[in-house]
Design a protein around this ligand. Structure first.
Ligand SMILES: [Zn+2]
Length: 137
């Protein structure tokens, strides 16, 4: 059974059940998500679901934004107190997690490396664009 009650104030809500954030007292078990990009810039999400496409990443990157999908490349989504990352399987370039192509979704952990590009194959070395490091705090 899912716990539907905030441990802080005890109020039962769909919001607590879904994203582990209480709109009554403000208590949250979801950590704040940021990404560190190569230039050492930090992209801060706070606790909001973010659909990331090339227009979204452009201000944070150099030319590497071109490798991101126009529609969406990946989605950052709070779910049951964790951050999930979903890849767009139809994107031209893969979303890579620690160098491996992400299929479907993954729960983000501190220090994980996200990039866009191609996984290494027998004939080709990996292609890593826009490497970013996950920061959860
Ligand atoms: Zn509460």
């Amino acid at each position: 059974m899912h716990n539907r009650n905030c441990p802080e104030c005890g109020v039962e809500s769909d919001e607590w059940a879904d994203i582990k954030k209480c709109s009554v007292c403000g208590h949250s078990e979801l950590r704040m998500l940021s990404l560190r990009v190569e230039s050492d810039k930090i992209i801060t999400f706070g606790r909001l679901k973010t659909i990331a496409n090339n227009a979204w990443i452009k201000p944070h990157l150099g030319e590497d934004y071109k490798f991101w999908d126009k529609n969406y490349q990946m989605i950052f989504e709070p779910s049951e107190g964790e951050w999930k990352l979903k890849a767009n399987d139809a994107a031209l370039n893969a979303t890579l997690i620690d160098g491996k192509k992400l299929v479907g979704e993954v729960i983000l952990t501190n220090g994980m490396k996200i990039a866009v590009g191609k996984e290494a194959t027998d004939d080709m070395p990996e292609i890593i664009k826009s490497p970013m490091q996950v920061i959860l705090e």
